[in-house]
Design a binder for this molecule. Structure first.
Ligand code: IMP
Length: 193
């Protein structure tokens, strides 16, 4: 029987990416599928603490094995910003377009454009937490390119490619992706437990 895992997110893009990586090995239940309609709090100042907050919140509600992930874009010249604030960089309404506008404006004229995405996955199995990290290094370009994906994809070019994530299909993005790297570690862990 396929193991059921609740994925503590309301972001359909993340669900699609993670289902793509997991294939048929695990049965991923979204919050929507589980009938849970809450905006999970992300009150902490690290990705690690927010990932824990999300998985523990859903575990307490459902008593079901579950995992969450928290991702941030960390730009070196901006001292790691937007980082943990990536979703709300330009304000509380989590507007992807406004977030990119703010980032490009803060980096206008800067030549050091190195950055990375960092994903932290928190999984709770029978109440015990384990975390996995995935990092993708790259650069922030000056203008948007491409229309796939979400968030900052249109301005991020991973090292080893000339394309932004938004110019890639899911398979190509997964050759580089922070989320994929963290998921590979999670899958290995699940297969060994
Ligand atoms: P959170 O992990 O849901 O808090 O989201 C953090 C924010 O980071 C999202 O709202 C996106 O703006 C951005 N983000 C997370 N993952 C990606 C990605 O794979 N590509 C581009 N932006 C991302």
């Amino acid at each position: 029987m396929m193991e059921k895992l609740i994925f503590a997110t309301n972001n359909q893009h993340k669900v699609d990416e993670i289902r793509y990586v997991l294939g048929n090995t695990f049965d991923i239940i979204t919050l929507k599928d589980a009938g849970i309609d809450i905006d999970i709090p992300e009150p902490h100042d690290t990705l690690e603490a927010n990932a824990s907050e999300k998985s523990f919140t859903i575990y307490k509600l459902t008593n079901n094995n579950c995992f969450s992930e928290d991702t941030g874009l960390e730009v070196d010249i901006l001292n790691g910003e937007p980082g943990v604030k990536s979703a709300r960089y330009a304000g509380e309404n989590r507007d992807f377009a406004a977030n990119i506008d703010k980032l490009l404006s803060n980096m206008k004229g800067l030549t050091n454009r190195t950055a990375h995405f960092k994903t932290v996955i928190s999984i709770l199995l029978n109440g015990k937490e384990t975390q996995f990290i995935g990092i993708c290094e790259g650069i922030i370009i000056n203008e948007r390119k491409g229309s796939n994906g979400f968030g900052y994809d249109a301005v991020f070019v991973p090292n080893g490619s000339e394309k932004t994530f938004a110019q890639m299909d899911m398979e190509e993005k997964n050759e580089f992706s922070h989320r994929k790297k963290a998921m590979v570690k999670l899958i290995a862990f699940l297969h060994n437990t």
